[in-house]
Design a protein around this ligand. Structure first.
Ligand SMILES: [Mg+2]
Ligand SMILES: [Zn+2]
Length: 278
């Protein structure tokens, strides 16, 4: 990468990069919602997804059919430009998700954005010899607990965040993290962020509600967002702000006197041509 800027951006996947939950999307689109809801109270979500893949297989649904459904998953049109711009500015991008590798890789490859992510941390999803998708837990809770009571047994995202933080500390690099998420599973890692980091919770989604209940617990600066357009604007603003701050710190003669410009790098595109708007 040309100009690394020491900013690591961690994206949740479902309802953050894409606009829906990929697990629900596949189950609903293939007509298995009722069975899914029946079984949900009886087992952890991650185990249920493996079970649902068995149901799909038993009912003759092929891997290609699952892929086709994944390729038409809804995504806000400004999310991909936001990802590309952040990468072009020198940020390192990672995904931390409770979906699975098969769903995420199929989607990011289809969208042409897989090359922008240096790491995808999620539950393994592998097609077996029979052509059935097997989904297993990121953390094998049958062997040991990850020890966090806040999170589902298969994944505590904090452990991944801590590993990323430790890898930068070990290499002696200072790093600022920007974390984007919507779900309850994104709350635990938000508590692990440092004062110099940024938390971007999706407004009126579970992680935003949890942060709002006790805002003092999150050390990072919190900037909420509503949709892909706001995500792009706020994320670009933050990256510019951090890069300006770094420039000020590193220059001996600080010539920038007041304020930091918060303008987004890119013009915000309108969904409708101006002449069509009353
Ligand atoms: Mg999510
Ligand atoms: Zn946790």
């Amino acid at each position: 990468m040309a100009n690394k800027n020491n900013i690591v951006i961690v994206f949740d996947f479902d309802k953050t990069i894409i606009d829906v939950d990929s697990d629900n999307w596949v189950v609903d689109e293939l007509g298995f919602t009722e069975l899914f809801e029946q079984l949900l109270p009886t087992m952890p979500w991650n185990s249920l997804m493996d079970r649902m893949m068995k149901e799909l297989y038993d009912h003759g649904k092929t891997i290609e059919e699952i892929k086709q459904v994944l390729r038409r998953i809804p995504i806000h049109p400004r999310v991909i430009p936001a990802i590309k711009s952040a990468h072009a500015l020198g940020c390192e991008l990672r995904i931390v998700s409770d979906a699975n590798t098969f769903f995420i890789e199929t989607i990011v490859e289809h969208l042409g954005i897989s090359e922008y992510f240096s790491e995808i941390n999620t539950n393994p999803g592998v097609v077996d010899e029979q052509g059935r998708l097997r989904i297993s837990p990121y953390h094998d809770f049958t062997k040991s607990s990850h020890g966090c009571s806040r999170c589902p047994p298969n994944m505590c995202k904090s452990l991944i965040i801590e590993r990323i933080q430790a890898s930068f500390t070990k290499e002696g690099n200072k790093m600022k993290m920007i974390y984007l998420g919507d779900g309850a599973g994104d709350y635990c890692p938000s508590l692990r962020l440092k004062a110099e980091d940024y938390m971007m919770p999706r407004k009126n989604f579970p992680v935003w509600d949890l942060i709002s209940q006790n805002p003092g617990l999150v050390k990072a600066t919190v900037r909420d967002w509503t949709d892909g357009e706001a995500m792009e604007r706020i994320l670009m603003g933050l990256i510019n702000e951090i890069m300006e701050m770094e420039k000020m710190v590193s220059s001996d003669h600080c010539k920038i006197s007041v304020g930091i410009v918060h303008e987004p790098l890119l013009p915000i595109s309108l969904p409708v041509p101006l002449h069509l708007v009353k």
